[in-house]
Design a protein around this ligand. Structure first.
Ligand code: AQP
Length: 333
């Protein structure tokens, strides 16, 4: 039976990039009929690698739990939990740091990007973030990890650490595979379509947030940066704005880029943007409705997260104990 692990940071309101690049895949995997163990967590320890306001973070954690369920994750099938409530994640990250070289962390593209944006100084945790991520995955002996394209480099480090640990001590970890969608793996900013859409983007209209009102979604798409040649075709290098809208449209309609082009090639940009807006609203509206139904049901959300933490702790503690034995720390052989 396959084990699949992934998570999203509660570092702000989720974007359609987080949904199409990650959560939609979690839901598809959950529902694909194959037998599997699926762990999806709220990556709050990752979120604090950059400054967060405590009350806002706590709210985002609860919001993300509700959003996972609203997007279609079924807590009776998928183990949903909060990363910091399974302390083995932090412990495993430390143990893996002992076999990680500083140089390989300093080379990470996301570290280089994110460190530029820090005004209060760069935390050590921002540098060691990929080791925590490796721990998140290796703790559950995951076979594969559904992520957006931006996480590919971190996944490569996870694989290297698993191989390194196995050869230094003895066979312990499975070497996980990344699971990256062909389309939707990298949704771009609506305002700077050569840059990834991010929940922490300071330009509000650059991102479509999952909980944006329909009229806001339509307005943001209508004002998306495109080009002036008036031709709808997929060419990310020369036409990044239109290509991004085609990607969003095809993902929302569950069709290929070629099928999308066939449908819209004779439209002008205004007409095309209107169709994209409708497609996004059609996908997000049911999620928003479900979210509103459960976000204030604290009892239900607590039950889901307690049950998830209990199960995740069981697996994670077993693995951390095994790793400690292999390394030789503690008394157990
Ligand atoms: N624009 C995107 N397109 C496709 N996939 C994306 N993901 C993020 N942005 C896009 C995928 O969503 C999952 C969760 O991401 P995360 O929150 O753990 O971290 P992130 O990649 O740093 O996401 P953001 O939105 O850019 O957050 P901030 O602004 O806080 O840094 C991952 O699988 C990611 O690939």
């Amino acid at each position: 039976m396959k084990t699949i692990v992934s998570g999203v940071q509660p570092s702000g309101t989720l974007t359609i990039g987080n949904y199409l690049g990650a959560i939609k895949n979690f839901v598809d995997l959950q529902n694909n009929g194959e037998e599997k163990e699926l762990f999806v967590f709220i990556a709050d320890l990752h979120a604090i690698t950059v400054p967060q306001e405590p009350a806002k973070l706590r709210n985002s954690i609860k919001g993300l739990a509700a959003l996972y369920i609203a997007c279609g994750l079924d807590p009776n099938v998928t183990t949903l939990f909060i990363q910091s409530e399974v302390t083995a994640h932090a412990e495993m990250a430390y143990l893996l740091q002992t076999i990680t070289y500083i140089g390989e962390l300093e080379r990470m593209t996301q570290f280089k990007d994110k460190k530029q944006k820090q005004v209060e100084g760069v935390s050590t945790a921002l540098l060691t973030y990929p080791v925590l991520m490796a721990g998140d995955i290796l703790l559950y002996n995951a076979d594969c990890v559904p992520v957006g394209a931006d996480q590919k480099q971190h996944l490569e480090l996870t694989r290297n650490l698993a191989i390194r640990f196995n050869s230094k001590y003895s066979d312990t970890f499975k070497v996980p595979e990344p699971l990256i969608q062909k389309t939707g793996a990298k949704i771009m900013s609506l305002q700077e379509p050569t840059k990834k859409m991010s929940k922490s983007d300071v330009i509000d209209k650059a991102s479509i947030f999952i909980l944006d009102e329909p009229n806001i979604i339509r307005k943001k798409i209508a004002s998306a940066v495109t080009d002036c040649d008036g031709v709808i075709k997929y060419d990310p290098e020369n036409k990044p704005g239109i290509s991004n809208l085609l990607t969003i449209y095809s993902c929302c309609k569950n069709i290929s880029i070629d099928e999308a082009i066939n449908e819209v090639k004779d439209l002008n940009y205004g007409e095309f943007k209107k169709l994209v807006g409708d497609a996004v609203v059609d996908v997000l509206l049911p999620i928003q409705t479900k979210y509103k139904e459960i976000i204030n049901d604290n009892k239900y959300l607590d039950e889901v997260l307690d049950k998830g933490a209990e199960k995740a702790n069981y697996f994670a503690n077993k693995m951390v104990a095994k790793v400690k034995r292999k390394i030789g720390v503690g008394r157990k052989k």
